[in-house]
Design a protein around this ligand. Structure first.
Ligand code: HEM
Length: 536
């Protein structure tokens, strides 16, 4: 027997097996086993029943190894064939896919006691986050404890405590773009500016620090870690998550995931130690997640891995999601001049030009609010959000959902429901005019069809960063609109369909121009300098 000791991409696995590990007869056996495995649902689907004879929801006859790119498209097509609650196997995992808002509420919210756990994915949960960071923790006392401690900093009241920092970072975003474009003269790709904005917000909340330029090495390393996390953890994209034997051999995905785990511990572990050193030295450390964790460490019995993974939880959950929405906003607004003109008119008549919008102006600017909700609907950062996982057998409308089923909220299909969002593929902020609720308030409405959208998930696992994300988006988007006329470049159309990378979050790279709309822009921006907060 020859053992393979180098890393191999999964796509080459069968070829490698055949040449190095197996004899010809073993290949035949393997092929038969694989064939049987993949047609298993075809034969047995109807035989999976509970004690009262209820079958699992209908679904495609074959078993799939994974869905690589744009899995939301396959989920949408299947939901149109098999209905709003269908089932599908990825390798050894049964998924039930929810494509209707009412069903989402019935299962994930009303029956949250049963549908609030997380599958222990090999890559995301076992290898990268070790069942921690809130998002991968199963539904148990540890998850309750970690979510309680960490989210103390994310409540609307807690946010008031660092509201001035969020305000400042939005200022710096607009300012850095102003000077980055040579005061509006040069086109830019906004990705790095927007990435640093959401990174700085999360660094402030988590570590009480920030980066003071796009050249800061922490900008590069933290954004790269968050990016790699997004690319590696899509819930349906890793074959290795669903075919267990692949987890025993050294593949590219496995080694990337291990490197990412090590990178997180190295970068963020070192930052925790520096906060600790300052606290031990009696320095005045700003309130932040790490300070809260260190103060609670003994009482709450948090080990080193708990600390590292909790400290990074907001960075992994809150950087690319929020920056993805801003990047889609810039892409959409530069392609819809009529929407932009209406937003400018609202800003000019309500706010004027002497000052720019603040967090308190939200209710006075309903059209800008509607634009943000429409971007979140049209390009939710998680078309396939982290699945919920069932901890008991359940029967819903005569359909059996066995314990240990992964439930996917099919955001793509729910956000393109023509009953709720007519002409759903068009960008139409006016569909949200009259909706003055925050996304957090809207998620609590009793009628699921009244909820604005499902971009932040649902039920007990709903995004705990929802309040801070809403504030970040408001400050950035309302001020970008106040300050700039945002345009695409002649001859460089922006793709409003294609996604960049493997995570289905960011638009493909593009360039825009940001022309200051009036003289007050310069006056307002030149006054503010970048500050260094508790520099590491
Ligand atoms: C536009 C921005 C954001 C969007 C669209 C978003 C969306 C989501 C979604 C869909 C989930 C899964 C919910 C579910 O399972 O039902 C989630 C979970 C989570 N998000 Fe966000 N998020 C955003 C920003 C943030 C921010 C700023 C933070 C941190 C401050 C954050 C931290 C988390 C955490 C820790 C979880 C895991 C919750 C758990 O499993 O209990 N997110 N987010």
């Amino acid at each position: 027997m020859v053992y393979v000791t180098y890393h191999i991409p999964e796509t080459g696995l069968l070829a490698l097996f055949s040449t190095t590990l197996l004899t010809a007869s073993r290949i035949s056996v393997l092929l038969v086993v694989l064939a049987l495995t993949f047609i298993f649902p075809l034969i047995f689907r109807r035989n999976i029943v509970d004690k009262n004879g209820h079958s699992i929801p209908p679904g495609p006859p074959l078993r799939y190894p994974y869905l690589r790119r744009c899995p939301e498209r396959a989920l949408q097509a299947w939901s149109r064939t098999y209905g709003p609650l269908f089932s599908v196997w990825m390798g050894n995992q049964l998924f039930v896919v929810i494509s209707d808002a009412r069903i989402a509420k019935d299962l994930l919210v009303s029956n949250g006691a049963i549908f609030s756990s997380r599958k222990q994915y090999f890559i995301k949960s076992q290898t990268i986050l070790r069942g921690r960071a809130i998002t991968t923790t199963p539904y148990n006392d540890k998850w309750r404890q970690h979510r309680r401690i960490a989210t103390q900093l994310l409540t609307p009241r807690a946010i008031q405590g660092y509201a001035s920092v969020l305000d400042y970072e939005a200022h710096i975003l607009i300012r850095s773009m102003y000077y980055g474009t040579g005061m509006g003269k040069l086109p830019i790709n906004p990705a790095h500016f927007v990435g640093r904005y959401t990174l700085n917000n999360m660094l402030t909340v988590s570590f009480g620090t920030r980066t003071d330029s796009t050249a800061d090495p922490l900008t590069e390393s933290a954004l790269a870690l968050a990016n790699e996390f997004m690319d590696l953890t899509s819930p349906l994209s890793n074959i290795i998550d669903f075919i267990e034997p692949l987890q025993w051999i050294p593949t590219t995905t496995r080694s990337r995931a291990r490197r990412l785990h090590d990178g997180i511990v190295e970068v963020y572990g070192a930052m925790i130690m520096r906060v600790k050193a300052r606290m031990d030295a009696g320095e005045d450390v700003p309130d932040c997640l790490v300070k809260t964790l260190l103060l609670a460490q003994e009482r709450e019995k948090l080990d080193w891995e708990d600390l590292c993974m909790l400290a990074v939880a907001f960075n992994l959950g809150g950087i690319h999601s929020t920056s993805g929405v801003i990047m889609w906003f810039l892409a959409l607004i530069s392609s819809h001049p009529e929407v932009q003109a209406r937003a400018h008119a609202e800003l000019d008549s309500v706010i004027g030009r002497d000052a720019w919008p603040s967090a308190e102006d939200k209710q006075r600017l309903p059209y800008i609010q509607a634009i943000i909700k429409e971007v979140e609907r049209a390009h939710a950062p998680f078309w396939v959000p982290p699945p919920h996982y069932s901890t008991e057998d359940f029967v819903y409308n005569g359909m059996y959902i066995p314990k240990d089923t992964a439930l996917i909220l099919n955001c793509y299909e729910i956000h393109h429901n023509e009953e709720k969002y007519p002409d759903s593929f068009a960008f139409k902020p006016e569909r949200f005019l009259g909706d003055t609720l925050t996304c957090a308030e809207s998620s609590n409405l009793p009628n699921a069809m009244d909820r604005d959208h499902w971009a932040f998930g649902a039920g007990r696992r709903i995004c705990p960063g929802i309040h801070v994300a809403e504030r970040e988006l408001w400050l950035a988007i309302s001020r970008l609109l106040w300050a700039y006329d945002i345009r695409s470049l002649p001859g460089e159309p922006i793709s409003l369909e294609g996604y960049d990378g493997e995570s289905s979050r960011k638009p493909q790279p593009y360039r825009i121009t940001l022309t200051p709309r009036h003289d007050r822009v310069h006056a307002l921006l030149e006054g503010e300098e970048e500050v260094t907060l508790m520099k590491f």
